[in-house]
Design a protein around this ligand. Structure first.
Ligand code: HEM
Length: 444
């Protein structure tokens, strides 16, 4: 195992800050599957082998918690929702929320996706031919609308524009914090912190309004919000979740459930525009659908290539490019002792390029995921949705949404890049194109 000290890392500081995934990739190429960064008081281990990842995320997951800078920073917005909580509390909430992601509910997701997609396509239809739009922004808007409607029956576009804005402002702050580890603490009344606090207040107000209005209406809806409001916590003698707990879960799902899918879609469009032959093949598959209406759930089985495009985009540009854990007790990885308190760093971006598991790893080749070939990929060499008990609760939701949106847009539009050269991926909360992704809309 290679150990890199602060002195070794100093010359790479700018790369680490601007292009952390690229830096981690270089480390893995140069030093192998287990690297220690010995900086400050914490020992940091970067692991990049399916067996080691399996050990941390699955086989010995009880020994690893989410008490890390990454999740603690996110928790300043989400509180201890499903994504950031641990232990018994996490398990109870996971069980509570799981039914909202059951097969039968997901089968009805197309009824939410189609109207949101249709509204976007109508807007695009009003643009002049060859208009340029920021696809990143468009994908963010449509996915936020879908998750709001699917899980909470709220129309975020018309009912809660303030909520949308507050989510985005608060996320910006998380990014600012991550990029500026030595920035003044959150409690100092500097302008950046004040606007963060204002965004948090707005978020709270908007979420509590949603809760209040559901209570006032007396309506019993069987969406996730209804489930959370009705849930009784057996552990605490059958008491209901507090408003704070419900708020934390709502914000968690809005954040985890929209920017990730949007990012995967944006990179899919980027890759498709660079590989016209792949787009042609996808277009052919889409044009074989029985009629011209937007694709719906039963059409998914006719769209294996479109699904492969989405999976391959998730491989090259995994939105959740970083997964971290803190070791609660000692462990052993590859024969090396991992002390309690160590930080474990896993990067889907890097393992998805491991030359032992991926041939021509940098190439965009959706056929890796067709014809049963995907079954030969080792489970923990492909982890866009994580793995083990903390596997993304929305993985199937995201696949359905991603494929239906790709197919629906391909029925009517061809998207061409409106920027020259390669687009840089910014490692923010998710992997996002630097300065958005301007694309030209060409009607088919
Ligand atoms: C392409 C889209 C998505 C990607 C790439 C993605 C990725 C991930 C990853 C990697 C994790 C595990 C993090 C870890 O182990 O530390 C995760 C967890 C989670 N995701 Fe997703 N996600 C996506 C879509 C969604 C959607 C659509 C939802 C909800 C509607 C969602 C909700 C969550 C939640 C609540 C967790 C925490 C689960 C738990 O710990 O029990 N995600 N996601």
């Amino acid at each position: 195992m290679q150990i890199l000290s602060g002195k070794d890392l100093l010359p790479h500081l700018s790369k680490i800050r601007k292009d952390t995934p690229g830096f981690l990739l270089e480390c893995s190429r140069r030093y192998g599957d287990l690297v220690e960064f010995a900086v400050g008081g914490t020992r940091v281990f970067f692991i990049n082998h399916p067996d080691l990842i399996r050990r941390v995320l699955q086989d010995n997951h009880h020994n690893y918690s989410k008490d890390t800078i990454q999740y603690n920073t996110l928790a300043t917005i989400t509180g201890r929702g499903l994504l950031t909580s641990d232990g018994e509390e996490w398990l109870r909430h996971r069980r509570m929320e799981q039914p909202a992601f059951s097969r039968s509910r997901l089968a009805a997701l197309d009824q939410v996706i189609a109207p949101a997609l249709e509204a976007m396509l109508v807007r695009w239809g009003q643009q002049p031919e060859d208009a340029v739009v920021d696809i990143d922004r468009e994908m963010m808007a449509v996915t936020l609308e879908i998750v709001g409607q699917a899980l909470f029956s709220i129309d975020l576009r018309t009912d809660a524009p303030r909520l949308t804005q507050a989510v985005l402002t608060a996320l910006d702050h998380v990014i600012y914090r991550a990029q500026n580890p030595f920035a003044p603490p959150d409690w100092l009344p500097i302008p950046q912190n004040l606007s963060f606090r204002k965004a948090l207040r707005q978020l709270d107000r908007a979420v509590y309004e949603i809760l209040e209005s559901r209570r006032r209406s007396g309506e019993k809806r069987d969406d996730l919000l209804g489930m959370l409001m009705d849930a009784r916590d057996a552990e605490s003698g059958g008491s209901r979740l507090t408003d704070q707990q419900i708020r934390d879960e709502i914000i968690t799902l809005l954040i985890a459930g929209h920017e990730t899918v949007a990012s995967a879609l944006t990179w899919s469009w980027y890759l498709l525009a660079q590989h016209p032959e792949v787009w042609e093949e996808m277009r052919e598959e889409v044009s074989r659908l029985p009629d011209d209406r937007l694709p719906c759930y039963p059409d998914l089985e006719r769209l294996p290539f479109t699904a492969a495009v989405f999976s391959e985009a998730l491989r090259l540009y995994p939105p959740a490019w970083l997964i971290t854990r803190k070791a609660l007790g000692e462990d052993e990885l590859n024969g090396y002792k991992i002390p309690a308190g160590a930080l474990i760093v896993i990067s889907p971006y890097v393992i998805h390029r491991h030359p032992q598991y991926w041939e021509d790893a940098e190439e965009f080749l959706p056929q890796r995921f067709t014809g049963g070939r995907e079954r030969s990929i080792p489970r923990f060499a492909y982890i866009p949705f994580g793995g083990g008990p903390r596997l993304c609760i929305g993985n199937n939701f995201a696949m359905i949404e991603g494929v239906l949106i790709l197919a629906g847009i391909t029925q009517r539009y061809r998207l061409k890049l409106a920027v020259e050269g390669a687009v840089q991926a910014d490692p923010l909360v998710t992997l996002r194109p630097h300065h958005g992704l301007p694309m030209r809309l060409q009607k088919i």
